[in-house]
Design a protein around this ligand. Structure first.
Ligand SMILES: [Zn+2]
Length: 202
């Protein structure tokens, strides 16, 4: 069996909505159960309904420590009191750019870090610290989904935001806190079917 823990190592997992990112992360941490390595997962507080990480496609779950996304450095203070060298960070795109410094710090301290999240926002643009983290990763896992546009079934690399069933315009907030009475959801889309009304031409 290959060594699970690699000191000072960064792995990145990214892909659009419904590409199985959480499932992938949960599987990785479940594998630790068969070793003597302790792992811990952090996630941002934004839009959180539950403390753990759950996979939509199955009933797999993973415990996670919730951190205020504005203060990713709190990950470091949490780890000071924990006997653990294997660290996961889920939904990394929601943290401020300071997460990059925090991850670099962890690498220097010989942690094995796995960051997981969306590389691109609903606008199809770089999302938070994720691109900088992917650029620093020693190993990258890129997941794809299937485009949910009717009758497409092509590989999807982008995330479509829909508000009440309609594509969300470019100028709507990057992070949307759910309002009562309004339903927003996300689905994977291919480049042909990704719609962002009012998006400026590049
Ligand atoms: Zn499509």
């Amino acid at each position: 069996m290959p060594e699970i823990y690699k000191p000072g190592y960064l792995e990145a997992i990214f892909g659009p909505m419904k590409s199985g990112k959480s499932e992938y992360l949960i599987r990785m941490f479940n594998e630790l159960r068969y070793s003597d390595i302790k792992g811990i997962v952090f996630k941002p507080a934004v839009n959180t309904r539950e403390p753990g990480i759950a996979s939509r496609g199955s009933n797999m779950q993973l415990e996670a420590i919730v951190i205020d996304e504005k203060y990713p450095e709190k990950i470091l203070s949490h780890l000071e009191t924990l006997e653990c060298k294997f660290v996961g960070i889920d939904e990394a795109q929601f943290f401020t750019d300071n997460l990059v410094d925090v991850v670099e710090d962890l690498i220097k301290k010989e942690y094995h870090v796995i960051v997981c999240g969306l590389l691109l926002s609903f606008r199809g643009e770089p999302f938070g610290p994720m691109p900088s983290l992917v650029g620093r990763a020693n190993h990258v896992t890129r997941l794809t989904a299937i485009c949910e546009y009717p009758n497409c079934n092509h590989w999807a690399v982008l995330t479509q935001r829909l508000i009440d069933g309609k594509p969300s315009p470019y100028d709507s907030p990057l992070v949307l806190i759910e309002k009562s009475g309004q339903s927003d959801n996300y689905e994977p889309r291919c480049v042909n079917h990704h719609q962002v009304p009012k998006k400026p031409k590049t």
